[in-house]
Design a protein around this ligand. Structure first.
Ligand SMILES: C[S@@+](CC[C@H](N)C(=O)[O-])C[C@H]1O[C@@H](n2cnc3c(N)ncnc32)[C@H](O)[C@@H]1O
Length: 372
C-alpha cells in the first residue's frame, strides 16, 4: 500500500476533481487497483500512468469511449503512448502556429483595406498544417533532378510505387506505376493534371494490404508525421522496398547550417523528441546514405539556399517551408531581420567565407534505403 496514492492526492496532483476520478472508476476507464483500510480508492504507480494517458488524450479532445479503446490497446505500451501523445500534441502546436500566421496575415490585409476570400478565411481550420500553408508550396518547391536521380535509383526495379506524403508529387518517377498518399486536400488539389492518383490517408494507417507495392517512398515528409516510426513500419508492411529522403536530427546537423546556428536556434526545439537517424533506419530495416545539397538546388526546401542567403529574405521562399511557420512569427521576424542586417554589413559574408568555394553541402539530409 506504501506506493499507493489516495484519491484526494491523485485528484490534487492531476488538477481534476475527486468526482471525475469516481466517474472514471464507475465507467471502467480507470479502476484503482486497491482500497485503503477505510475503503477509499488507492492508486498504484501503474494506475497513475494510465491516468496520465487518459488525461492527455482528454486534453487532445478525445471522447471517453475512444480513450478507453486507446489505453486498452494491448499492442501499445507506455512508451508507444508517450510517442503517440507527443506526436498529436506537436501536430496541435503546428496547427496553432499556422492559425497565428493566418490571423496575422488577415490583420495585415485588413489594415491595408484588403478583404480575404471566404476560402482563405476557412482554410486555416483544415485538418492538416498543409491545408493552412500548402497553397504557398508550388511557388518554390519542385523536383531537384540530382536528388530525384538518387531516389529513383534506390527504387531499383520496382514497377509499382507508393508515394507517402506525396504533396504535389515532385519526386514521383515518371516511368513506374505510382499511387500517392496525401492527407491534405489543399496539396492533393495542387497535383498537376495527369499526376498519379492520390488517396487521402496518413502514413500511420495506410489503407493497403501487406506487401501490395514493389516499393514505397517518402520525401521530405517524415518529420510531419505524429509517429514517424509507426509510419515507416507501415511503409515496410505494404512494400518490399522502402526509400525515404529525410533529415538526421543529430545536433551536428543544425549546428553545421549557418541559418539554424546563427539565426534560428528555435529550429532545435522542433527536433526535440524526434527519433534519431538510427531509430528511423531501424524502423525501415535499412541503411542511411548522405545526400549533399547542391548550391543551386532547384527544390526550395529549408536548407536549399545555403549558398544563396538573400533567398531567405523572400517571403515566398519562407512560406513554402513549414519550419518558418512552426517556429512562430516572432522567431521568424527576428531571424530575418538579423540576416538582413548581416548581409548588408558584410558580416554574413565574413563569417561564411568558406561556403563560396563549395558546390554541395552536407547539411544532414539522408536517404534511407531498405529491402530487396
Ligand atoms: C514538405 S511536403 C513534401 C511533399 C512531397 N513529398 C515533396 O517532396 O514535394 C510534406 C507533406 O507531408 C504531408 N503529411 C503531413 N502529415 C502527414 C502524415 N501523417 N502522413 C502522410 N503525409 C503527411 C503534408 O500534407 C505535405 O504534403
Amino acid at each position: 500500500m506504501e506506493e499507493h496514492l489516495t484519491v484526494g492526492r491523485v485528484a490534487e496532483l492531476a488538477g481534476v476533481t475527486v468526482r471525475t476520478l469516481h466517474h472514471y472508476d464507475e465507467i471502467g476507464l480507470l479502476r484503482p487497483s486497491a482500497r485503503t483500510v477505510g475503503g477509499y480508492r488507492a492508486y498504484s504507480p501503474g494506475d497513475v500512468e494510465r491516468l496520465r494517458e487518459v488525461l492527455a488524450y482528454r486534453r487532445l479532445g478525445f471522447g471517453l469511449r475512444e480513450i478507453a479503446d486507446l489505453v486498452d490497446d494491448p499492442a501499445t505500451d507506455a512508451v508507444a503512448h508517450l510517442r503517440r501523445l507527443r506526436g498529436l500534441l506537436v501536430e496541435q502546436r503546428d496547427q496553432a502556429a499556422a492559425m497565428v500566421m493566418a490571423i496575422d496575415r488577415e490583420l495585415e490585409a485588413r489594415a491595408m483595406g484588403i478583404r480575404t476570400t471566404p476560402e482563405e478565411q476557412l482554410r486555416v481550420f483544415g485538418p492538416q498544417l498543409y491545408d493552412a500553408i500548402g497553397a504557398a508550396y508550388p511557388a518554390t518547391r519542385r523536383t531537384e533532378p540530382r536528388i530525384a536521380a538518387r531516389i529513383w535509383e534506390a527504387l531499383g526495379d520496382a514497377r509499382t510505387v507508393l508515394n507517402v506524403g506525396a504533396g504535389t508529387g515532385s519526386y514521383e518517377p515518371p516511368d513506374r506505376e505510382v499511387t500517392a498518399v496525401e492527407p491534405s486536400a489543399v496539396m492533393r488539389a495542387q497535383r498537376p493534371a495527369g499526376a498519379a492518383p492520390s488517396v487521402a490517408a496518413t502514413a500511420d494507417n495506410l489503407p493497403f494490404e501487406d506487401q501490395s507495392f514493389d516499393a514505397a517512398m517518402a520525401v521530405s515528409t517524415v518529420h510531419h508525421w505524429p509517429d514517424p516510426v509507426a509510419g515507416l513500419r507501415e511503409m515496410r508492411r505494404v512494400a518490399r522496398r522502402v526509400v525515404v529522403f529525410t533529415y538526421d536530427a543529430d545536433e551536428t546537423s543544425w549546428r553545421r547550417f549557418w541559418l539554424t546556428r546563427d539565426y534560428l536556434p528555435e529550429f532545435a526545439g522542433l527536433l526535440a523528441g524526434w527519433p534519431s537517424l538510427a531509430e528511423l533506419a531501424r524502423a525501415v530495416g535499412g541503411r542511411a546514405e548522405p545526400v549533399l545539397v547542391p548550391w543551386d538546388c532547384a527544390d526550395g526546401f529549408f536548407e536549399a539556399h545555403w549558398r544563396r542567403p538573400e533567398a531567405y529574405l523572400d517571403e515566398h521562399v519562407r512560406r513554402a517551408v513549414s519550419v518558418w511557420t512552426r517556429v512562430g512569427p516572432e522567431a521568424e521576424r527576428r531571424a530575418v531581420d538579423k540576416l538582413r542586417d548581416d548581409l548588408e554589413s558584410g558580416r554574413w559574408a565574413e563569417r561564411n567565407r568558406d561556403l563560396v568555394a563549395l558546390d554541395a553541402a552536407e547539411l544532414g539530409l539522408r536517404l534511407l534505403v531498405s529491402g530487396t
